[in-house]
Design a protein around this ligand. Structure first.
Ligand code: NAI
Length: 352
């Protein structure tokens, strides 16, 4: 029976790379019935929202989605489609494996680490108070009256909520994932010295749950130190456990360690749904030119096939991508080659 999977093409380079993923997965012989759902700025006029209910419903129904990137305007406009999706479906874990494949240029060959990012809280929760607004003034009055903090009226405020329950959930997820995948070490990144009531409990809970997993080493690092070690000696890192914002920044850094944003896959996971998507964004600078590297979404597709039990096809596609990287003949511009999206995709299909 065909797998029912929601496909969100996204915008910018999204449609180009999702087309490539569909071609490759179809060529592997896996039977998929793609439920195509458009989202983003382009559907606001027709659907009244960049993330219409029908998209969420489709994912709830199918439980699995493959998604291209969607543009979020900076500083104004609608709430990020990605944040909405993660919140509505309670996709609390963002898993981003960063493995270097031979043939992809990097200063750090042999890097093979995984970022586990909490996906629902932190400065991404959208609890914001605009400078000069009435709500902002009430909050500043409260802070002055009860805590003695003097914030000027031109101060915008974003709140960083980190709950014990969401932290326990992501920490447990990170350790269970590490155990299942045979990973050796979990390193938690934090700034608990400065943010005692948000990062503090995050580290404390990680310490406690680590004791239930004696077979996995546990380490904790201040985020700045972690950044230093990642660019110096990433081969020493295994699973990185991070709150939302640090996880976002560190994932892109880790993508840089293995060859760039074009090759980094990922998945947003909850208890009832999984949305697979590359780490990169909509890349407006190269959109529509056929230049985008589809490897990030293809490797996300490989993760997706494993998730739905299609291990053999997943292994074939991954080997084929690895072979194309290794040959160096069909690399896209971001990897130093001159091939386009279609050339890379054809080369992968030819080796499946
Ligand atoms: P970006 O990842 O789109 O681009 C950063 C740089 O990497 C650009 O130079 C781009 O050309 C290059 N790049 C990215 N993916 C590539 C690929 N597959 N092949 C070759 N080169 C690639 O990041 P940026 O510019 O910060 O974000 C653009 C938009 O995407 C923003 O609106 C942002 O909010 C959105 N975004 C969406 C995401 C999602 O839907 N999951 C994730 C990240 C960003």
């Amino acid at each position: 029976m065909a797998h029912q999977i929601t496909l969100i093409p996204g915008d910018g380079i999204g449609p180009e790379v999702t087309d490539a993923a569909v071609e490759v997965i179809n060529a592997s012989g896996v039977d998929v019935d793609w439920d195509v759902q458009h989202a983003g700025k382009a559907v606001i006029d027709t659907d009244g929202s960049p993330m219409p209910g029908r998209v969420i419903e489709s994912i709830r129904r199918n439980k699995v989605a493959l998604k291209g990137p969607v543009t979020t305007p900076v500083g104004y406009g609608f709430r990020s489609v990605n944040v909405t999706l993660r919140t509505e479906l309670d996709l609390y874990a963002l898993l981003r494996p960063c493995r270097h494949y031979p043939g992809v240029r990097t200063r750090h060959p042999g890097t093979d680490l995984v970022v586990v990012r909490e996906n629902t809280e932190d400065l991404y929760a959208g609890v914001e108070f605009e400078a000069f607004s009435v709500e902002n003034q009430k909050l500043r009055d409260y802070l002055r009256f009860f805590r003695g903090y003097h914030l000027t009226p031109d101060t915008g405020i974003t709140v960083k909520p980190i709950s014990l329950s969401a932290t326990r959930r992501i920490v447990r997820f990170a350790f269970e994932y590490s155990k299942r995948e045979g990973r050796k070490k979990v390193t938690v990144g934090h700034k608990a010295n400065i943010m005692k009531f948000s990062d503090g409990p995050f580290v404390q809970i990680a310490r406690e749950i680590a004791q239930e997993f004696p077979e996995i080493d546990f380490d904790e690092m201040q985020l700045d130190e972690l950044a230093f070690w990642l660019v110096s000696d990433p081969q020493e890192m295994d699973v990185l456990l991070l709150p939302n914002l640090y996880g976002d920044i560190i994932s892109d850094l880790c993508a840089g360690l293995i060859g760039g944003l074009g090759v980094a896959p990922g998945v947003n996971l909850g208890d009832t749904a999984a949305v697979f998507e590359p780490t990169h964004g909509s890349a407006p600078d190269i959109a529509g030119k056929g230049l985008a590297n589809p490897a990030g979404i293809l490797l996300s597709g490989v993760m997706m096939l494993r998730h739905i039990g299609e291990h053999e096809a997943a292994n074939r596609i991954e080997s084929s991508i690895a072979a194309v990287f290794f040959s160096g003949e069909h690399l896209t511009g971001d990897l130093g080659g001159s091939a386009g999206t279609a050339d890379f995709t054809r080369a992968v299909i030819a080796r499946i």
